[in-house]
Design a protein. Structure first.
Length: 491
């Protein structure tokens, strides 16, 4: 079987395995019991499994990658952070049913009896409603959370992120929210829901916040933590002057860079690639400007730079900054010539830039290093398809220019394409686009174009024929070359 046949079989095998595992695995068995069904984590295995091993009765070990389950939980919370009316009432509506304990105590006073003092002086009281997972939110973290707030005798909430339809995101210790709420958040974990009574001295004090919040008001907050990033090290490092950064200890620089790296990764997973690029570049600058003392520090710096450069290459590619993506891929390969991910990324970028021979060399080298990598195999198949399509376009263009049948040597095609890289004028492009649009909407199956076109006009016509999913050929009519445009089955 040919290499292409093997590649396609491998991809089909992967599809069957995924469908088999999905059908044969009970999600509930590995889900967190306290999560509703839509929040249950998907299952990722640490290593790939192959259908042939199962069919041949070989021992197959299914080892779950638990780290990806936790990340899935975080992403699921962020992706499903919209609350309908019932969710708001159940989870984040601070209003509560007042219990009759036979005393004349005020509502908040009755509630306070069931709460824990987390400030040590009664200024911030907490009532846990749902337990969370992981570590406590640290000071200086970037936190994403939902909240609602109400006053003691208020009929409804005076402020709620749920009613605004989006979670709230801040960096702690920046004065963005009242100190009592910051204190409250640092007692919580991801997925935790809790109620807090915050006294005036931890909220708006004697002045209040007119007209909604009178002076000396105690506020009841309900909070759910969706996600957080420990940004304290990076924030402290950012506050240093340029000279202080250059003189900073290596350990401090690394702590800041790792924090920035994590922030960039979160931005990337949220498809905020522009912000991810800015964050990664900031980390690269701090690390490149760091003074290294020995080989151990050089090795640590090199490994982190590899990750930063690679993530920059990916993020730049996502926003179509192809030259920048190529630049960072090359930086990775300068440090590690056999880096499979960088070779793969460089191959993708070169494919997008229509440099098919270079792209093929990169992808084949990556495949030699990782012969079973499905992404690389797909990229090679996609490259072959695009290269063949480009070759046919070049043959058609050259045959039209030379006014002869479609039988040209490849070196003749390459020479012609290299000699002329100009583009058609806007008026011609508009005319062709309008003509093809009218043709698509008509009942006609074919239309004719004059064969006497310049090289840039032919390139433009071929591109638009591809865009409209049409077919193009040539014929002789009355002793002249005619370009024939035909509709495909998709039209």
């Amino acid at each position: 079987m040919s290499d292409k046949g093997n590649e396609r079989c491998l991809l089909e095998e992967e599809k069957v395995v995924n469908e088999t595992v999905a059908a044969g695995t009970s999600r509930r068995e590995i889900a967190m019991d306290e999560l509703p069904e839509e929040r249950q984590p998907i299952v990722n295995f640490k290593e790939a499994i192959y259908l042939n091993d199962i069919l041949n009765n070989k021992d197959v070990v299914f080892e779950v990658d638990e780290s990806k389950i936790e990340e899935h939980n975080r992403q699921n919370l962020l992706a499903n952070s919209y609350y309908d009316d019932e969710n708001i009432i159940e989870y984040l509506n601070p209003c509560f049913e007042e219990e009759d304990d036979g005393t004349d105590a005020a509502p908040f006073e009755k509630l306070a009896r069931k709460m824990e003092d987390v400030s040590g002086d009664g200024g911030v009281l907490k009532l846990l409603k749902e337990k969370g997972t992981g570590n406590l939110v640290p000071n200086g973290a970037i936190v994403t959370f939902h909240y609602s707030a109400c006053l003691e005798y208020g009929d409804e909430t005076y402020d709620s992120s749920c009613l605004r339809g989006a979670p709230f995101k801040i960096r702690l210790n920046t004065g963005s929210i009242v100190y009592g709420l910051e204190k409250a958040i640092t007692t919580m974990r991801v997925m935790e829901i809790a109620s807090f009574l915050i006294r005036p001295e931890y909220a708006y004090g004697s002045m209040g916040c007119p007209p909604r919040i009178p002076g000396d008001s105690t506020i009841l907050f309900n909070v759910e933590i969706l996600d957080f990033i420990d940004y304290a090290d990076a924030a402290q490092f950012e506050a240093l002057s340029l000279e202080e950064k250059k003189c900073a200890r290596f350990e401090r620089v690394i702590a800041a860079v790792k924090s920035q790296f994590e922030v960039g990764n979160r931005f990337s997973k949220q498809n905020a690639h522009g912000k991810a690029i800015q964050t990664y570049r900031k980390a690269v600058r701090d690390l490149e400007n760091c003074t290294l003392q020995d080989e151990n520090e050089e090795d640590i710096s090199r490994k982190i730079l590899l990750k930063l450069y690679l993530n920059l290459a990916i993020s730049c590619h996502q926003v179509n900054q192809l030259v920048q993506s190529l630049k960072y891929s090359n930086k990775v390969l300068e440090l590690d010539p056999n880096n499979t991910k960088a070779l793969y990324r460089r191959g993708l970028v070169k494919t997008a830039l229509h440099e098919y021979s270079v792209a093929r060399a990169c992808l084949l080298q990556a495949k030699r290093l990782a012969p079973s990598d499905k992404s690389i195999i797909r990229a090679i198949l996609d490259l072959d398809e695009k290269a063949e399509k480009a070759r046919k376009k070049e043959v058609m263009m050259c045959s039209l220019m030379f006014r002869q049948p479609l039988e040209l040597e490849k070196h003749t095609i390459d020479k012609l394409c290299d000699e002329n890289t100009s583009v058609a004028d806007d008026a011609f492009i508009k005319m062709v686009r309008n003509s093809l649009t009218e043709f698509i909407n008509s009942k006609l199956d074919k239309m004719e174009f004059p064969g006497e076109l310049t090289h840039p006009e032919l390139v433009c016509l071929l591109d638009l024929v591809d865009e409209f999913d049409l077919e193009m050929s040539q014929k002789r009519k009355d002793g002249k070359n005619i370009i024939l445009i035909s509709k495909t089955k998709n039209c």
